[in-house]
Design a protein around this ligand. Structure first.
Ligand SMILES: Cc1cc2nc3c(=O)[nH]c(=O)nc-3n(C[C@H](O)[C@H](O)[C@H](O)COP(=O)(O)OP(=O)(O)OC[C@H]3O[C@@H](n4cnc5c(N)ncnc54)[C@H](O)[C@@H]3O)c2cc1C
Length: 433
């Protein structure tokens, strides 16, 4: 949820904690000035922590949420200010030492130190690793040609914006969420887009074939050319990218390409257990004392879903906050029923829960109209639900259908498929049983 929607509540809370109240000591160090790191810094102060806080950020600027980079900001419809975790002046005002451009290269849990790329060694009381993710990159012939873009940072988005002139031709590689959103935005900007991706339909791995096919139909209706089941073998060009060549030998002439093949957790050397990110317990704590992790970099133990690592805005914001509270001694489990959203053209996808496998998919609503809620059930239990142009944001529309779906997931409800599919069934009542 963008900060301006919560601004009033936060400013009321923040008024109670002034710089004069600070106590000396070794700092709480947060590595990573993204959404999770920024949210943790804000929570420390808003929970009344008076000790020193250092926020190390490889990126320039203040922590912000990335969703507009593939949507409204990419299309020059809004600036990023509304997505700042806190306004630019908040950090100095609240005595949070935000060090832009500072890169941590190692953490030593035994010595309680963080080493920076500059050689500086920083002692910490507690450390939070919120280093996010790094884009998977394509190798092979021509992979280094100018005109091949990736998207994570504002600078990378600005480079795509410069390339995205109406009438140009782009190839987008990968049709996960970032790929789909970039395809939609480029198309809306008048760019002629071809999407190359390995699956049968966009997002089919996450949302399943039926929803994937509906999303595919939306893109095709907007004029996007699809090459499903294709992988990139080479990029061609003399001085800059001129064409993308697939493993099956298709050559797609283009002016630029955007590659969106997902991320890897961007974890630095630290002697804690790691597997697909930093392994944390239900309190966001890593396997070494006083080391915590949150956001895309954390592979956390969730009371409902088991061990998972997710790449969602809502998680980064809430887990950053939960980690901060845990650093302050809270013993509350982080049990947020995950949720995320995606905007493509005028269409909205909302998702709650987490299902990486399911044996039943139940639809409530209309496939023909493309307005539906789909339930993912495993062993008869609702694990997740997706809303396509229906349902509302579960974080904002607290009485809405997707919020009711989150309740179903939290309650481990196991209603019969026919009951779920029946529009007359009150989903809230179902979650209370
Ligand atoms: C283009 C785009 C659109 C998205 N849209 C949506 C959406 O619509 N809905 C949704 O739910 N999610 C969306 N997401 C995902 C969401 O933005 C991420 O889940 C969220 O940003 C994760 O936050 P984070 O703080 O864990 O990581 P990040 O935001 O990646 O922040 C990590 C920060 O740590 C810094 N860092 C890394 N290593 C070091 C180091 N060693 N020293 C110092 N700093 C370091 C990085 O430079 C970065 O600034 C989108 C992501 C992208 C890229």
């Amino acid at each position: 949820m963008p900060w301006h929607l919560k601004q009033r509540l936060r400013s009321l809370r923040a008024q109670n904690h002034s710089v004069a109240e600070r106590t000396p000591g070794r700092p709480f160090v947060i590595i990573g000035g993204g959404l999770a790191g920024g949210s943790a810094a804000a929570t420390l102060r808003e929970e009344g922590f008076a000790g020193p806080v250092v926020l190390l950020s490889r990126e320039q600027g203040v922590p912000f949420g990335r969703p507009p980079l593939s949507k409204t900001y990419l299309r020059s419809e809004e600036d990023l200010d509304g997505w700042y975790v806190r306004p630019a002046g908040w950090y100095a005002d609240h005595d949070v030492e935000l060090r832009s451009g500072a890169v941590a290269v190692a953490v030593d849990p035994a010595g309680h130190t963080v080493t920076l790329a500059s050689g500086e060694e920083l002692a910490y009381e507690k450390v939070l690793i919120a280093t996010g993710g790094r884009n998977r990159r394509l190798g092979g012939p021509g992979a280094g040609l100018p005109g091949i873009h990736y998207l994570r940072t504002k600078a990378e988005c600005d480079a795509i914006k410069q390339a995205a002139m109406a009438g140009r031709r782009a190839v987008v590689v990968g049709m996960g969420f970032i790929g789909c959103e970039v395809v939609a935005s480029l198309t809306q900007l008048g760019v002629d887009v071809t999407a190359v991706f390995p699956g049968k339909a966009p997002l089919d791995r996450v949302l399943g074939g039926q929803v994937g096919a509906l999303i595919g139909a939306i893109h095709r209706a907007n004029g996007v050319q699809f090459l499903p089941g294709h992988e990139v073998a080479a990029f061609e060009g003399t001085e800059r990218l001129e064409a993308v060549v697939t493993a099956s030998g298709r050559r797609i002439a283009c002016d630029f390409a955007v590659v969106g093949l997902g991320i890897e957790p961007d974890v630095l050397p630290v002697a804690v257990e790691q597997e697909n990110g930093i392994l944390t317990d239900e309190l966001c704590q890593a396997s070494a004392r006083d080391v915590y992790a949150a956001g895309d970099a954390a592979n956390h133990l969730h009371p409902l879903f088991g061990r998972i690592r997710v790449e969602h805005y809502n998680n980064a914001e809430k887990q950053g906050a939960a980690a901060a509270r845990a650093m302050l001694g809270s013993t509350a489990s982080y049990d947020y029923v995950h949720s995320f959203w995606s905007d493509q053209y005028e269409h909205k996808i909302e998702y709650v829960g987490h299902a990486d496998r399911w044996d039943e998919f139940v639809i409530r609503g209309s496939v023909e109209e493309g307005k539906l809620i789909g339930f993912y059930l495993a062993d008869g239990i609702v694990r997740a639900a997706v809303g396509l142009d229906r349902g509302g944001d579960p974080e904002l529309d607290l009485d809405g259908e997707m919020a009711a779906c989150a309740r179903l997931v939290a309650a481990r409800a196991g209603p019969a498929a026919a009951v779920l599919a029946d529009e007359r069934t009150d989903l809230w009542a179902l979650g209370k049983r």
